[in-house]
Design a binder for this molecule. Sequence first.
Ligand SMILES: [Zn+2]
Length: 418
Amino acid sequence: MLSRNFTYNLQYCNTFNRLFTTNMSGNKPLVFNILSECKTSKARVGKMTLPHGVVDTPVFMPVGTQGTLKGMLPEQLEKMGLQIMLANTYHLGTKPGAEVLRKAGGLHKFMNWDRPLLTDSGGFQMVSLLKLAEITEEGVKFQSLNQQKAEVMLTPEHSIEIQNAIGADIIMQLDDVIKTTSPDENRVKESVLRTTRWLDRCIKAHQNPDTQNIFPIVQGTLYKDLRIISANELIKRSVNGFAIGGLSGGESKDDFWKVVHLCTDLLPKEKPRYLMGVGFAVDLVVCSALGVDMFDCVFPTRTARFGCALLSIGQLNLRKAKYAKDFGPIDPECWCNTCKNYTRAYLHGVVTQLPVACHLLSEHNVAFQMRLMQEIRDSVSENRFPDFVQNFMLKLYPDKNYPSWIKDSLSAVNMELL
Ligand SMILES: [Zn+2]
């Protein structure tokens, strides 16, 4: 936990920042303009202006766990045109720790990235990484792996304190995370009500409302009535955007899209909607059609480390022997440095063996996600999003054996497949 001295310094520093920024600008730290809307589905194209720059939406945010994407430098990501990335509060709070980050002048300076950042609350990591986490009204209690198994508590206030020291443009409230497939309705209800109470504690503890945006998280797992209660409570608070949490946790795709569809109906149209933990290409296309503006997932960079490159027709496992004499690029249509300069045969020889392969594949996979989101945005802006979705799905399922959840979810927003 933080020392008293550190807490005092942090408060002093944040109070100063707040006065300074209010005097300097008085502007909202997030302005969201909807530039185009699909006439058929709920897809929209927006421009989100944050203290560290502009983000075009719908956007996919790669996850830089400890202040960097594994195998990629921030300047390389900037050169590729990446506008925003995510960092994990749990990992950063553990190492280097809030005090070092504060002394460094925040994570932007520390990691040499001056574009927008988003941090999670740390709660999800604790519950998923630490088997011994216990949730009480006060916060998430867990055994620290670093401090000789000492018991520590992550409270809403502590999560915001660390996130204030990190200084990301968007920060997340601490929420009461439970398994999506939990059969215990009373426990789900408790998590919904507690998440709202924790949001109020987070807002109260937030020291930088002029430079950092807190996003609340809609909970309620697969219970429609609880999702409605959660969203309706959260939208009463004065915040600049919302997240949909508790999905991608083992639920069926049928349940998944219905909850997303419901939540985008419930959340205010004029504010950005962030669907947490979603990053498969097909999910990005469907959920953009359902009206989601922001996504994040470790998948594209994690799968790169295992030698898998993303393609519009699926994944390419470069470890397979058949690529040993394949002198073509991963994807001839890709603009990334890896596809311009390296062959599948070269990559086959180095994947999962040399760190350089992790870099080359991560660059391609990040570029793939960026290109996909650009295609989604362009097709909405040019009023041809339904055609784009039809062609995208046909490439992925050339035999037209579309999974029923894809047909049903698109049909719910007036789109039919070829
Ligand atoms: Zn590429």
